[in-house]
Design a protein around this ligand. Structure first.
Ligand code: SAM
Length: 237
């Protein structure tokens, strides 16, 4: 189900050591058009929202939801100075914020697309059960008003590797194929000591199935304009 408790204490260290480029992610979000209110699905420790509200403090309403309390605790502290930001512990398969948004997005959060050269892109989900994906997309659709947009992040292909990050720690990841997707093991080590180990089971959707699932919930993809450098963009009918 995408629980990041084990990684939470080291998440910022790993991600800000070159795993994600938060400035470019936010450049891409704002480049996709204007919005007065925005919802991040799987906001984690709040690194994207912090970059967004630091650069655009006048956005009236900014909401982040996440499943993992330990990640949200870090996000709450980080985003405490910003009264326009609210955070909620919610599972995307069940949430109901009693509100609709101009823009919802997920980057590395619940869903994302993998683009790998000329190969057909595919969608990766932190939800391993198909029924959960149907419920989750339906819940997202209930939170984006007609004419609003959904952005789902684009990442490169996953592969096994290890590399040193800050403090002399070594981050590594290992991918194993699994039914309808893959399992990803994340590790952080300090010489012989394992500081963090986390395993997440991901579901994979071929592009046509992903676009059909999204279209069934009113999210239309335009092949000509829908693929940006960091996001696939969907318009809510
Ligand atoms: C890789 S982190 C991305 C965090 C943030 N978007 C960032 O870019 O730093 C994935 C996040 O998705 C959250 N997540 C996974 N499954 C979820 C679900 N079913 N509902 C809500 N959040 C979920 C995890 O708790 C985790 O914080």
């Amino acid at each position: 189900m995408g629980d990041y408790t084990n990684m939470s204490a080291y998440y910022d260290l790993i991600m800000t050591s070159g795993y994600y480029d938060y400035q470019k992610i936010v450049d891409n979000i704002v480049h996709h058009g204007e919005f007065d209110n925005v919802l991040e699905l799987g906001c984690g420790t709040g690194l994207i929202l912090q970059e967004l509200v630091t650069r655009h403090p006048a956005i009236p309403k900014v909401t982040g939801i996440d499943l993992t309390s330990a990640m949200l605790n870090i996000a709450s502290e980080r985003l405490n100075p910003y009264p326009n930001v609210s955070l909620q512990r919610q599972n995307v398969t069940q949430f109901d914020l009693q509100s609709t948004y101009d823009l919802a997005f997920s980057y590395g959060g619940v869903w994302y697309f993998v683009v790998d050269g000329d190969n057909e892109p595919f969608m990766v989900s932190h939800l391993s059960a198909h029924e959960d994906n149907c419920r989750g997309i339906e819940r997202v659709a209930g939170h984006v008003h007609s004419g609003g947009r959904l952005l789902l992040g684009i990442q490169g292909p996953h592969h096994d590797y290890q590399r040193p990050i800050k403090n002399g720690y070594v981050y590594s990841q290992k991918i194993e194929p699994a039914d309808h997707g893959f399992t990803k093991h994340y590790y952080l080590t300090d010489h012989d000591e394992t500081l963090m180990a986390q395993t997440i089971r991901y579901r994979v959707y071929p592009l046509d199935e992903a676009l059909a699932l999204l279209a069934d919930n009113g999210f239309q993809f335009d092949r000509q304009t829908g693929i940006g450098s960091h996001f696939f963009e969907f318009h809510k009918t």
